[in-house]
Design a protein around this ligand. Structure first.
Ligand code: HEM
Length: 491
């Protein structure tokens, strides 16, 4: 790469000098979103580092990232062949695998339309506008009951432990047509161990780039492999049950609809069959995985911010009391009347940037960006954290201030300002669960804010330091919650 001839008129990428064998691993350190942001100040919005022997291009700055992912979308839409990605969904993941462009596009379209149709299905009663709303409201109410019970029994609760089950149940409902109890050991052992998944799959894991590290024993890697194996086993078993009970005239959930797609294709003799049944039905594995870890991490952070900023927690409660009242569960249609809540969510995404990098990208052909030459098959990191903390875009980026998104005396959200926050990626690989995720974070949070008041444990200071990974988590901790309204209304 470094010796590659640079085509005339283009420049060689700037970047720090790499050490032999390890490259720039030491400069990247344990928080690459901070070190690579610092490097962007020195080398600009496009520069190159070397991890092990492999060059990686790092993009920051919203204009540069937009240029690459949107305007030159095709050229930057690939995924690199990374060691750890081969173990996710048996190497057949829609999000992480090196599927050829045509295969990936077909799978992405299928996944998108399955998600859209099963979230917008009518609810079982007219009070809900759609199935997604019904699932979230029911799981939200159940979560409040669960936290109330745990508070009574233990005097404190671990936010992630309970939120993750509620969120997993929403995606389980859509993908598999079932839900699990808050103490279901099988689900708990899967969803509560997702930390190692994120740690290994995060951008810049040296084991992805330095082959000798792949053969050294690593406890985190061992857990990562075991989580992937157990995850696949869990989904495979449910998929098997769906095949056994599949009925063309009664498509129950996303798994059925993917099986149905495979069956239809077999009848259609003219169809160009390029994608295997396994890769089609396997989409459900990606949807389930992406659908619980991201949202529960975001919601768990939101509880941490409520506790860290009690005056904002109080304002959110007042807004809820004034605009929705306390007699009914909030709904999706209440969103336009809750500008502070929407602003809080924008600021949560921006300030925490809990997905600091997108999933790594890869160039699909020789290309250039801002006059710099980038060869085909180059791994590209997109630093979302940098965009969300760029002083060129944000006033006092390190302070947590939802009011930055409010206008007209706090009665309206500035959507244009909200769109500057980058957490779902951009362009061809942009997250396909974005609408569901935004609705889910909003509605769970609305239900939580209406019914609970959160506090720290006396003598236990709040630790807001993120632990680096694909999704950054806060350290597991214990908090307290008191009911805002009488239990009678709940039970
Ligand atoms: C990809 C963020 C929720 C499904 C992504 C990417 C990001 C992201 C940053 C990578 C974009 C890129 O590589 O450029 C988030 C956040 C979420 C969330 C912050 C919640 C707050 C969801 C949900 C689903 C989902 C609920 C599905 C139910 C996917 C899939 C991809 C993806 C399938 C891979 C797309 C591809 O490679 O073409 N998401 N996501 N995500 N997300 Fe999400």
């Amino acid at each position: 790469f470094f010796r590659t001839e640079i085509p005339e008129g283009l420049r060689r990428l700037p970047g720090p000098k790499p050490l032999p064998i390890i490259g720039n691993v030491l400069e990247m350190g344990s928080r690459p979103y901070l070190s690579l942001t610092a490097m962007s100040k020195r080398y600009g919005h496009i520069f190159q580092i070397q991890i092990g022997m492999r060059p990686v291009v790092v993009l920051s700055g919203s204009e540069t990232v937009r240029q690459a992912l949107v305007k030159q979308g095709e050229e930057f839409a690939g995924r690199p062949d990374l060691y750890t990605f081969r173990f996710i969904n048996d190497g057949k993941s829609l999000a992480f695998s090196t599927d050829q462009a045509g295969v990936w596009r077909t799978r992405r379209k299928l996944a998108y339309s399955a998600l859209r149709s099963f979230s917008s299905l009518d609810g079982t009663t007219p009070e809900y506008s759609c199935m997604l709303e019904e699932h979230i409201c029911k799981e939200g109410e159940e979560l409040i009951k669960q936290l109330n019970t745990v508070m009574k029994a233990d005097g404190s609760f671990d936010p992630f432990r309970h939120i993750v089950v509620s969120v997993a149940n929403v995606i389980c409902g859509m993908c598999f047509g079932r839900r699990y109890g808050h103490n279901d050991q099988e689900l708990l052992s899967l969803v509560n161990l997702s930390d190692e998944f994120g740690q290994v799959a995060g951008s810049g894991n040296p084991a992805d780039f330095i082959p000798f590290l792949q053969i050294l024993p690593s406890p985190t890697m061992k857990k990562f492999l075991s989580i992937n194996a157990r995850f696949n086993e869990f989904v495979q078993r449910i998929v098997g049950e769906h095949y056994a009970t599949y009925d063309k005239d009664n498509i129950r959930d996303i798994t059925d609809s993917l099986i149905d797609h495979c069956e239809d294709r077999k009848l259609d003799e003219n169809s160009n069959v390029h994608v295997s049944d396994e890769k089609i039905v396997g989409i459900v594995n990606d949807l389930f995985g992406a659908g619980f870890d991201t949202i529960s991490t975001g919601l768990s952070w939101s509880v941490m911010y409520l506790v860290a900023y009690p005056e904002i927690q109080e304002r959110l409660y007042q807004e809820m009391k004034d605009k929705v009242g306390l007699d009914r569960t909030p709904l999706l249609s209440d969103k336009p009347n809750l500008p502070l809540l929407e602003a809080f969510i924008f600021e949560l995404f921006r300030h925490s940037s809990f997905l600091p990098f997108t999933i790594p990208h890869c160039t699909t052909k020789d290309t250039s960006l801002n006059g710099y030459f980038i060869p085909k098959d180059t791994c590209v990191f997109i630093n979302q954290w940098q965009i969300n903390h760029d002083p060129e875009l944000w006033k006092e980026p390190s302070s947590f201030n939802p009011d930055r998104f409010l206008v007209a005396d706090g009665t309206e959200v500035n959507k244009v300002e909200g769109e500057k926050v980058m957490i779902f990626g951009m362009g061809k690989r942009r997250c396909i669960g974005e609408v569901i995720a935004r609705n889910e974070v909003y509605l769970f949070l609305a239900i939580i804010v209406q019914k609970l008041h959160f506090h720290t444990m006396p003598g236990e200071p709040l630790d807001m330091t993120p632990e680096y990974g694909l999704t950054m988590k806060h350290k597991r901790c214990h908090l307290r919650a008191t009911m805002r309204i009488k239990e009678v209304t709940l039970l």
